[in-house]
Design a protein around this ligand. Structure first.
Ligand SMILES: C[S@@+](CC[C@H](N)C(=O)[O-])C[C@H]1O[C@@H](n2cnc3c(N)ncnc32)[C@H](O)[C@@H]1O
Length: 215
């Protein structure tokens, strides 16, 4: 994704009350059930989830202030009685995720349209690669799950292989989510999903679960 620097975004994120600023602050506020979106971008999906499921706590994770600030500005602009109390954000590189969350504290992780990093030498940066799956395995609850959506077929095949090799159980796979009427009943569109599906791209999705016999 091409990134345009937004002047002042670092300070806005630093001062935002939507954001947990440290592992300590995050751990002090852990509640259950807890769902994460890693790489939330401008936050359309996680905000819509927070509005739809007020009894679930949501945390959106994003690496760049210039992207996250689009979400905090949107949240700030909502009338007070519409602000979602069950949503918080963390600006971090997901590589550090295990510093922020206790072991077995997360019910669900959403990975929506993660950057594909097409070059083989960058495979370790993909959010669905084995190094990341190992981190998720440690913070997910025993019956926790990961849900991936992407329109990138190469990334999807890679992600399925990595999930199998890392000992996850694959409980749902589709190469055309929008043709699955049952799954679409509860589907919440992400910003990228809106964009790519309107261009005619098919959306792939998997749901994988921590296998009780895994690592
Ligand atoms: C292609 S965008 C998708 C945004 C959103 N999930 C959607 O579907 O509309 C991927 C996002 O993941 C973020 N990202 C990539 N690698 C990350 C990492 N290691 N830690 C946190 N965020 C990351 C990027 O900055 C970008 O905003």
């Amino acid at each position: 994704m091409r990134l345009r620097h937004i002047p002042g975004s670092e300070e806005e994120i630093e001062n935002s009350t939507w954001v947990y600023h440290s592992p300590e602050e995050t751990q002090k506020n852990i509640s259950s059930p807890l769902y994460l979106e890693i790489g939330m971008g401008k936050g359309r999906f996680i905000m819509e989830n927070a509005f739809t499921y007020p009894d679930i706590s949501f945390i959106g994770i994003e690496m760049y202030e210039s992207v996250m600030v689009k979400a905090t500005r949107k949240l700030d602009s909502l009338p007070d009685d519409e602000k979602p109390l069950n949503l918080h954000l963390i600006r971090m590189d997901a590589r550090d995720i295990c510093d922020f969350f206790p072991k077995e504290s997360i019910d669900r992780i959403y990975l929506n349209f993660p950057d594909p990093w097409p070059k083989a030498r960058h495979a370790g940066r993909r959010l669905t690669s084995s190094g990341f799956l190992k981190r998720y395995d440690s913070i997910l609850k025993k019956d926790g799950r990961i849900e991936l959506k992407t329109d990138n077929l190469d990334l999807f095949e890679f992600s399925l292989e990595e999930a199998r090799a890392s000992g996850y159980e694959i409980s749902y796979v589709t190469y055309d989510l929008h043709a699955d009427e049952e799954a679409m009943k509860s589907n919440i569109m992400t910003g990228y999903e809106q964009k790519f599906s309107s261009l005619g791209n098919k959306i792939c999705r998997y749901v994988i679960r921590r296998s009780l016999t895994s690592v």
